[in-house]
Design a protein around this ligand. Structure first.
Ligand code: IVH
Length: 376
């Protein structure tokens, strides 16, 4: 690829990624899989690596996606809210271990593995053990203030208890919609002619930004917390931060594990690749973090993600079913969305009987016919 071709391709990829970011973060209605999205991103990263002069300041390779709603008041994050770099293969994960080992030659590096919960990121600040504010990721620099909504989530502590609670700190985690709540919400939406959410992540992201907190309270949201930030934390490893967060009253998933070798990390991944299917909520991978805070600091960060952590993403589950019919749904704004009625099939923990076909272009692209049996 010569410079001119690269320039054209990079501009195309940026526009594509930007439009998919809007489908994902703003409309909560993605039209491609995370895997397809990551392929676009990887291609753009490859081009920018080969031709650094093509990197723009606002390139999606440099900035995290933006989910600011424009309707809520915004708060600047004290610590930027970063994303994670994604891997899909053992080779890519080995590259991560190699990069870590290249930088840390004088110490044995320990890792903590956790599940990657598929919801929407949230940051909570506490002062003297009391919840002050809950803010979404937004554009990574500032996010939407959703404190009133977060206060309705039963598992989130308003007042902490226990020892050694830092005077002021932030804790980050994921708000998610368990499968049972997601199914109930979609049944209700369909009954009143509203478009169902495509997946529990979209259900959670759409719900946390509602302007009506009583409606949020009804939606059965839940949460897990996995990242503590602050000065003078009373411990020096990530593992200990999870143990303490649990003691203070935060919902911390019990499935985190300390791993001393890459082999132990691969065993964790192998186990959860299958075991996750019986969890009552969606997970889309495993997150691997360097345990020691001082080693984390030595490894540092890039413009959008830390060098001390990485996500290993599971391939999305797929299933084959039959297309019974297509409805054309008219939304509140008058927009028409084609929706497929499918032979019900169990997929990623939920019974799927309807699926958005998004728009006429997409239907043509899929060459959709009645009684087709295609991968969902
Ligand atoms: S750690 C700097 N741990 O995945 C480290 N993130 O793709 C920040 N996520 O923004 C994140 N489960 O919204 C971390 N166990 C986990 C996670 C997790 C889900 C989300 C989070 C993050 C995104 C990155």
């Amino acid at each position: 690829m010569n410079f001119q071709q690269a320039q054209i391709r990079a501009a195309y990829l940026r526009a594509e990624i930007q439009s998919h970011n809007i489908h994902y973060y703003v409309d909560n209605n993605p039209i491609i899989t995370d895997f397809e999205f990551d392929l676009l991103m990887q291609e753009l990263e490859g081009i920018e690596k080969k031709f650094p002069e093509l990197t723009t300041l606002d390139s999606p390779t440099v900035k995290v996606g933006n989910d600011l709603s424009g309707e809520l008041s915004q708060v600047v994050h004290k610590y930027p809210m970063m994303s994670l770099s994604n891997t899909y293969s053992t080779d890519e994960l080995n590259d991560f271990f190699q990069r870590v080992n290249k930088n840390i030659v004088d110490e044995q590096v320990e890792y903590v593995c956790e599940l990657k919960f598929d919801g929407t990121a949230i940051g909570l600040t506490y002062l003297e053990g009391v919840l002050q504010r809950a803010v979404t990721r937004g554009d990574g620099e500032s996010g939407d203030d959703v404190t009133a909504n977060v206060q309705t989530i039963q598992t989130i502590p308003i007042r902490l208890s226990g020892d050694n609670i830092p005077k002021q700190f932030e804790i980050r985690g994921e708000i998610f919609m368990p499968y049972h709540a997601f199914e109930r919400l979609n049944n209700e939406r369909e009954a009143i002619g509203e478009q169902p959410f495509a997946n529990p992540r979209n259900g959670a992201a759409g719900s946390i930004k509602l302007l009506d907190s009583t409606e949020v309270a009804r939606r059965g949201l839940d949460s897990f917390f996995y990242h503590l930030l602050g000065h003078d934390l009373p411990f020096d490893t990530h593992y200990q931060s999870l143990v303490h967060a649990k003691r203070w009253g935060f919902p911390v998933s019990e499935f985190y594990k300390k791993c001393r070798t890459p082999e132990e990390v691969f065993a964790y991944i192998k186990y959860w690749e299958d075991a996750r299917k019986s969890l009552p909520y969606a997970t889309d991978g495993v997150v691997i973090k360097v345990n020691s805070f001082s080693l984390q600091q030595r490894l540092g960060i890039t413009s959008k993600s830390p060098r001390w952590a990485v996500a290993y993403k599971f391939k999305a589950e797929q299933a084959v079913t039959t297309l019974f019919s297509v409805d054309f749904q008219v939304g509140r704004t008058g927009a028409i969305t084609p929706v497929a009625n499918l032979e019900p099939i169990l997929l990623a923990g939920t019974m799927v009987k309807r699926a958005s076909l998004h728009n006429a272009d997409q239907m043509e692209l899929l060459d959709i016919r009645l009684n087709d049996t295609k991968k969902e």
